[in-house]
Ligand binder design. Structure first.
Ligand code: AMP
Length: 571
């Protein structure tokens, strides 16, 4: 079926379309209603069905292909590689589940994950899904103030963390930042589960902090069955920046998310069971949730989880992994491609990349020179895809294995099945129907499966923020400007709000300002995004200091403490 017909059918024959996609996952109890949209803008998908994300990502594959590779962990930071089969992954997740249960985590509780890219982070996420708890992963680059606000909003029973991460061979301690965040927050988690990598000091607080290795040993043979939860049961929250200083907890369901990811692996990311998927993102971002952890595993693929820089030991490291693990689908961001191009444009040609079917890029606009260079150097389709933390999977892309010839430079493609994407005039709310007119990119409700259910504990904010900004109608706003050409290809022209995009990561200037203002020597601060050749944008802070004589010291302190610089430095 052609792209257009597929898309049309997904909207016009919605229930039949999604019933077919729902067969890609296992259900414990079949659903009785495909979509309940009786209380717009809220959409409840696969009502009455029960399922489990961890069962679909791990157990069902462990049952049929226990020895197939599931999680391939590569760290160029500590020089280690570990491959877990599906059976081994299930055993680790059961141990982690038993530990979380022993620490008092119950169904519906939150577990905050503040971790570097290590296998235990994946175990923790999957263990939460297994026992019906919600994980809330906070990117390891965020410092104490931001972490504290997320702890207060999520109110986790347990925080899972590690002594340290590592960047470019430099140890980045986590425990001190976490202790400070818990000191700042009003909510105090009952326990902190610490993974000790032996990289940094890890002072333990008696009664609160517990050591993962010891508990893992105690639960070595644990058997913890998956808890079957309602399709609409929330699986996680993930914070995203907006125009206020208060981050929004994007809440996702279980069944709709599993179906959306399974369908996207088939129709967009071209993944087959037994193959290998490599997404270069971090678990702290939505791409990490959908396409490092859940999507590939649900599809029965091995997922490659990478800790390290793309340029260390050299700019060929990712290509060497593609070659060694026969990666079939790779997912990255335009910034990373620009960095690799700058460092060593010939690196690709030194590796056998014949296993690769396509390279998927997202997170920020893909500029034409970068797209052209990588398309030529790789000789494979480069598939730009546009989406957001809120949607969890692509809104615009090319689907069903379309050839690169069908893509247009500078465009992430057309509306993906399930999404009724429109361009509207921001003043009148009217649809812009003709080609090449600039408007706000909006989506008509109901949002397809897998998209955010609501803002965590704040339905009002969900309606007010996302569904009330266009005059005279209730549509979901992406807060992006776009145009559509005569062939239906969209072009994204930037944000309508003051959210900035650094290296494919979305940052709210207000939140960064609040974090910097917490520094004792800062009287006032303003943060703006400025164009950057490599990273798209970088955050620039203008601060008025109370004591100017300490300016040099404080500039470096802010650089270490403030998440802007950490995130700016992160890819
Ligand atoms: P995030 O929620 O961090 O994934 O950021 C989502 C935002 O990143 C979108 O609203 C866009 O502004 C931008 N974005 C993501 N993917 C693309 C893309 N392929 N092309 C252009 N902008 C993108």
């Amino acid at each position: 079926m052609g792209f257009e017909d597929f898309h049309r059918r997904s909207l016009q024959d919605r229930d039949a379309f999604w019933t077919e996609q729902a067969a890609l996952i296992d259900w414990q109890t079949p659903f009785t209603q495909v979509c309940d949209h009786s209380n717009p803008p809220f959409a409840r998908w696969f009502v009455g069905g029960t399922t489990n994300l961890c069962h679909n990502a791990v157990d069902r594959h462990a049952a049929t292909h226990p020895d197939r590779q599931a999680l391939i962990w590569v760290s160029t930071e500590v020089g280690q590689e570990i491959v877990y089969t599906f059976a081994e992954l299930q055993a680790e997740v059961e141990r982690m589940s038993a530990i979380l249960l022993s620490l008092g985590v119950q169904q519906g509780d939150r577990v905050l994950v503040y971790m570097p890219m290590i296998p235990e982070a994946a175990f923790a996420m999957l263990a939460c899904a297994r026992i019906g708890a919600l994980h809330s992963v906070v990117f390891g680059g965020f410092a104490s103030v931001s972490l504290a606000s997320r702890i207060d909003d999520a109110q986790p029973t347990v925080v899972v963390s590690a002594d340290a991460g590592s960047r470019g061979g430099k140890v980045v301690p986590y425990k001190g930042l976490l202790d400070e965040a818990i000191r700042l927050s009003s909510h105090k988690p009952a326990h902190v589960l610490m993974v000790n990598r032996g990289l940094s000091d890890m002072p333990m607080q008696a009664g609160r902090d517990v050591d993962y290795a010891g508990l893992r040993q105690a639960h070595l043979n644990a058997q913890v069955p998956c808890v079957w939860v309602e399709s609409t049961h929330p699986s996680y929250t993930l914070y995203t920046s907006g125009t206020t200083g208060k981050p929004k907890g994007v809440q996702r369901d279980t069944g709709g998310y599993a179906v959306a990811l399974a369908a996207s692996m088939k129709h967009i990311f071209l993944g087959q069971p037994g193959e290998t998927y490599f997404s270069t993102s971090d678990i702290g971002w939505v791409v990490g949730h959908s396409y490092i952890i859940y999507g590939p595993l649900i599809a029965g693929m091995a997922t490659l989880m990478y800790e390290g820089l793309p340029t260390r030991p050299d700019a060929a490291v990712w290509w060497s992994l593609v070659e060694r693990y026969r990666v079939t689908s790779m997912f990255s961001a335009p910034t990373a491609v620009r960095v690799l191009k700058k460092q060593d444009p010939a690196a690709l040609s030194r590796h056998d990349l014949s296993s690769l079917r396509a390279l998927f890029l997202a997170g920020e606009p893909l500029d034409e020179p970068t797209a052209k260079w990588i398309a030529e150097a790789l000789g494979k389709p480069i598939i730009d895809n546009y989406w957001q933390t809120e949607t969890g999977w692509p809104i615009l892309s090319l689907c069903n294995g379309v050839e690169s010839a069908d893509s247009k430079f500078g465009s992430p493609g057309k509306a993906v099945y399930g999404y009724d994407v429109k361009l509207v005039d921001e003043n009148t709310g009217q649809d812009l129907v003709g080609p090449d007119k600039k408007g706000v990119v909006v989506i008509e409700g109901p949002l397809p499966p897998g998209c955010m259910q609501t803002v965590w504990r704040d339905d009002e904010r969900f309606i007010k923020t996302y569904w009330s900004s266009i005059p005279g109608r209730q549509v979901y706003s992406t807060f992006d400007w776009g145009i559509r050409d005569k062939d239906g290809y969209f072009f994204i022209l930037g944000r309508t709000d003051d959210v900035i995009n650094v290296a494919g990561h979305r940052l709210g200037t207000r939140e960064i300002e609040e974090s910097i203002s917490s520094h004792p020597n800062v009287a006032e601060v303003a943060v703006v995004g400025v164009a950057d050749q490599l990273k798209g944008q970088v955050a620039m802070a203008f601060a008025i200091l109370k004591d100017v004589s300490r300016a040099a010291d404080d500039a470096s302190a802010l650089k270490l403490e403030g998440e802007i610089m950490k995130v700016v430095e992160a890819l």
